[in-house]
Write a protein that binds this ligand. Sequence first.
Ligand SMILES: Nc1ncnc2c1ncn2[C@@H]1O[C@H](COP(=O)(O)OP(=O)(O)O)[C@@H](O)[C@H]1O
Ligand SMILES: [Mg+2]
Length: 359
Amino acid sequence: MSSLSPKCLNEPGEWQYFLSHVQYESKDIALDTFHSMEKLGRSCWLDVRMDERDEAAMKEGIKNSNIIIVIMSPAYFTRPFCVKELEWAVEYEIPIQVIIDVQLKGEIGNIIGRCPADKAYLKGIGNINFTEVSRANPTFWKASIDSILKAKPKVLTNAGTVKEPNVTNAIIKPRKRITVERAANKYRIERIFNENEIDKDDIKILENESLGTGGFGEVFKAKRAGRICAAKVISTGGLNEMQQRDMFKKFQKEFALMCSTNTCQRVIRVFGVVLQIPGKLVLVMEYAENGSLRKYLNRQAAIDKRLEPSLLQSIIYDIAYGMKELCKKGVHHRDLKADNVLLDHDMIAKVSDFVSSIV
Ligand SMILES: Nc1ncnc2c1ncn2[C@@H]1O[C@H](COP(=O)(O)OP(=O)(O)O)[C@@H](O)[C@H]1O
Ligand SMILES: [Mg+2]
């Protein structure tokens, strides 16, 4: 753990996280978060030069961050700048995550109670799950960072309620300043993408045969060259330009990642992308006839049936095998759940949905 001030902060660009905190109370947590995130290749906006504060710069910082991490502490709501940062996060609908030193967890009610009366809607922050962190030792800190990475940020509204962000979590945009390695990777992704485009006339998406919906898109049955496949359709119609760009990058990333796992036995195979349908991005993949494991379990529960032990065993084996294959390819799935495990016509389970995955 480090408490050194970072040499260079907040170059122009975009940041994945904005760290909002009261310096004299939370400086160490803020700096350790900054350094740990940097090590993981994630960028943070962090203000350490309080006396040189420039309101416009802070506002830009919030506006250009994907997530604002509020490091909650006793004086947070008594600092006008912290309150302003929260107000901007509400105004620009930037998803918020809250972290708190584990030693302060008993004080959350009092802390929120200090919110200025004329900004009572900011008390809605209490509806977001607070992630407890501890700098007591490196192991606790590592666990804290893992929890921060897993936490689901929420958008706070000016009515004091919270809602899901438009573009889901893991909204990980690269910085504008990219290294040579990142540029090469970007080129690789773009090439894979262009080489696998499917003409929109070569596929028929059966729009009345929805297979399921997730946080990212809706999946339909589709026909291509006489064979049934599945088409994950992501609508970009209602999004603003920046959100569309983000969505496109996520889509590109999911596809490139799936291409790299196409030889895996227990991972859903991808066939290509359709890019010519206005307002839509389509990822074409193998069709899993028996749908998601979640739906299968629900269907069984509805008829009061338990899973056959042999089937249960084979599903567990398949998932473990699929995860091992991903691990060999260096892929961290990061969203393994029954919704993201699909069952083919032979009830072979395959891991799917790489929206949240990283290599
Ligand atoms: N290849 C497929 N075959 C059959 N059903 C699928 C397929 N892919 C997805 N689904 C269904 O659609 C749902 C959402 O797909 P998913 O890829 O997880 O989307 P999201 O990224 O939005 O969560 C799944 O839970 C599953 O029920
Ligand atoms: Mg899913």
